[in-house]
Design a protein around this ligand. Structure first.
Ligand code: XIL
Length: 456
C-alpha cells in the first residue's frame, strides 16, 4: 500500500518536473560570479552541527528552481497546508491526500524528513466539522478517527508531527476552540496518545506562536509539557513557530529553548520567518540577516534543539504578505530565488565561513512562458534588492539554435547565438526592492534549454 502509493506519486512528480517551467538565475553584484551556486548547502552545514534544516513547501511548486532549492538546501519539509484537516477531508469521509502524498514522495526522493503539520487546530478545519453540532462523545470520536487515519496513513514516513497547534491564548489560558470548548484540556493528552498509538516512532509535538521567549504563554506551554510528562503522556517536543518581526528576536530565546530541553523534550523552530515593513532596503536586509542568524544560533547552542524550519524559503511563497498587509520579504530567498543576506545569516550560524557576496544585488531571471511546436514566449525579470539600477543590459547565448523574432519592453538583437537586450527608454530604472520584466518571442526546434543570463 505504502510502496504503490509512493511510487505512483513519484511518477507523477517526475512527469510534472519534466514538463515544468525551468528558471535560470543570473547574479550581478559588483562583478561577482554567482557565488551562491558553489556555497555549501544549508542542509550539509546543519548536518555538521547535528541539526536538521527545513522549509514549509507548497506541493504544486516542487519543480524547476523551487524544487531544486527545496530538495538541495533543506533536510526536512513541512507541508504548508497539505496535511491540514480541511485539505485532507473537505467532505466528511471523502479524503484527498494528493498534495500530502506528493510532498512525502518528494522528501523521500531527496533524502529528507517530513514534519507532519497539523492534526488538531482551530483553523483550516472543514466546514462540515466546524458547522456541525456534536456531543462531546461524537467530537472525541471524530478527533480520534482523524488522528488515527492521518497518522496511520503515513506511519513510518513522518519524523515528527505537530499534533496540537496553537492551544494557548497570549495570557497562558487555554484558547477557546472547538476542541477545548467541547472536550476540555484533556483533548491534548488524548490527541497525543492517539497519535502515538498510530505511529509509535513519530516524535510528537505541541506547536505554538509567541512562545519563543520566556513569557506567560511559553510558561503555560512549559507547565503543560511538564504535567504531560509527569502523567506519562507521549510528548516528545515543543515547536516554537517563530513568526517574528524585524529587530524583535526575543532576547530570552536560547534560555527558553534550554528550559524546555531541561524538561526532557526536543525543541524545534518550526515556522521561522522574519517580516519587515515593505519596501525592503539594504539596512533592513542586514538587520534581517542578524535576526535569522541569532535565531539559528540559539538552536545550535542547545543540543536538544533539533530542527529549524523556515515557513517558506522564498519571498514568492510566504504567507506573510497576505496576512500582514504592508509587511513581507520575510524569508531567506527573494522572489526570484536569489539568496538574501538572511540566507547567509542562517549559513553563518550553521558554521559557514564562506564570504557572502556583497549585500545588495540586482539579478536577472530568464523563464520560458508558453511554448508551441516552433516557437515560444520568454521573459526576463530584473530585480533589485538592496541595490538599484538606472539602466540595464541583459545578454545570453542560445545553445540550441533558438532565434529571437520580437521583443517588448526592451531592445533586443541577436548575432549568431549571442542575444543582447537593453532597457527601453521608459524602464531603465529598477529601484531597490522592485523589478522590471521584458518579454520576447523566439523560434526553436529540437530542444529549448534555458540559457544562463548575464546582467550588466
Ligand atoms: C498558514 C499557511 O502558510 C497559509 O498558506 C494558509 O493560508 C494559512 O496558514 N501558523 C501555522 C501555520 O501553524 O499552519 C500557518 O500556515 C501559519 C501560522
Amino acid at each position: 500500500m505504502r510502496t504503490s502509493r509512493t511510487s505512483r506519486t513519484f511518477g507523477n512528480l517526475l512527469r510534472a518536473g519534466l514538463a515544468g517551467l525551468v528558471v535560470g538565475v543570473g547574479l550581478f553584484a559588483a562583478g561577482a560570479a554567482p557565488a551562491h551556486a558553489a556555497d555549501t548547502p544549508l542542509r550539509d552545514l546543519a548536518a555538521a552541527q547535528g541539526k536538521v534544516i527545513g522549509t514549509a513547501v507548497t506541493g504544486s511548486k516542487l519543480t524547476g528552481t523551487y524544487g531544486d532549492l527545496a530538495g538541495s538546501q533543506f533536510s526536512s519539509l513541512t507541508p504548508g497546508n497539505a496535511m491540514k484537516w480541511g485539505t485532507v477531508e473537505p467532505t466528511r469521509g471523502s479524503f484527498n491526500w494528493t498534495e500530502a502524498d506528493q510532498i512525502v514522495a518528494f522528501a523521500q526522493a531527496h533524502g529528507q524528513q517530513v514534519r507532519g503539520h497539523t492534526l488538531v487546530w482551530h483553523n483550516q478545519n472543514p466546514s462540515w466539522l466546524t458547522n456541525g453540532t456534536w456531543t462531546p462523545a461524537q467530537l472525541s470520536s471524530l478527533l480520534q478517527n482523524h488522528i488515527s487515519t492521518e497518522v496511520g496513513r503515513y506511519k513510518g514516513e513522518i519524523a515528527a508531527w505537530d499534533v496540537v497547534n496553537e492551544p494557548f491564548n497570549e495570557d497562558g489560558t487555554y484558547r477557546s476552540t472547538i476542541w477545548y470548548d467541547g472536550l476540555g484540556s484533556d483533548y491534548i493528552a488524548n490527541a497525543l496518545t492517539w497519535a502515538h498509538a498510530a505511529d509509535p516512532n513519530a516524535k510528537l509535538y505541541i506547536n505554538d506562536y509567541n512562545v519563543e521567549g520566556v513569557n506567560a504563554k511559553s510558561t503555560a506551554l512549559y507547565n503543560l509539557v511538564k504535567d504531560l510528562k509527569s502523567r506519562g503522556v507521549p510528548i516528545d517536543g515543543v515547536g516554537l513557530q517563530a513568526h517574528l518581526i524585524l529587530g524583535q528576536v526575543p532576547s530570552s530565546l536560547q534560555q527558553n529553548i534550554q528550559r524546555f530541553a531541561d524538561l526532557g523534550v526536543d525543541v524545534a523552530i518550526t515556522e521561522l520567518d522574519i517580516r519587515m515593513a515593505l519596501p525592503s532596503d539594504s539596512t533592513k536586509l542586514a538587520q534581517q540577516k542578524a535576526d535569522f542568524k541569532s535565531v539559528v544560533a540559539a538552536c545550535v547552542a542547545v543540543s536538544r534543539c533539533v530542527n529549524v524550519t523556515v515557513w517558506g524559503f522564498t519571498d514568492s511563497d510566504s504567507w506573510v504578505d497576505s496576512t500582514f498587509p504592508g509587511y513581507g520579504a520575510a524569508t531567506p530567498y527573494d522572489a526570484n530565488y536569489a539568496p538574501k543576506p538572511a540566507y547567509y545569516g542562517i549559513a553563518e550560524a550553521l558554521g559557514s565561513t564562506t564570504t557572502p557576496p556583497p549585500t545588495g544585488a540586482c539579478t536577472a531571471a530568464y523563464s520560458v512562458g508558453s511554448q508551441w511546436n516552433t516557437g515560444f514566449t520568454g521573459q526576463v525579470t530584473i530585480s533589485c534588492s538592496g541595490a538599484s539600477l538606472s539602466s540595464w543590459h541583459v545578454s545570453w547565448t542560445y545553445g540550441a539554435g533558438q532565434q529571437i523574432t520580437q521583443a517588448w519592453n526592451a531592445t533586443c538583437s541577436q548575432s549568431g547565438t549571442a542575444v543582447s537586450c537593453a532597457n527601453a527608454s521608459y524602464n531603465g530604472t529598477v529601484a531597490d526592492g522592485s523589478s522590471v520584466t521584458f518579454g520576447f518571442n523566439a523560434s526553436w526546434s529540437g530542444s529549448n534549454p534555458v540559457p544562463a543570463v548575464t546582467l550588466s
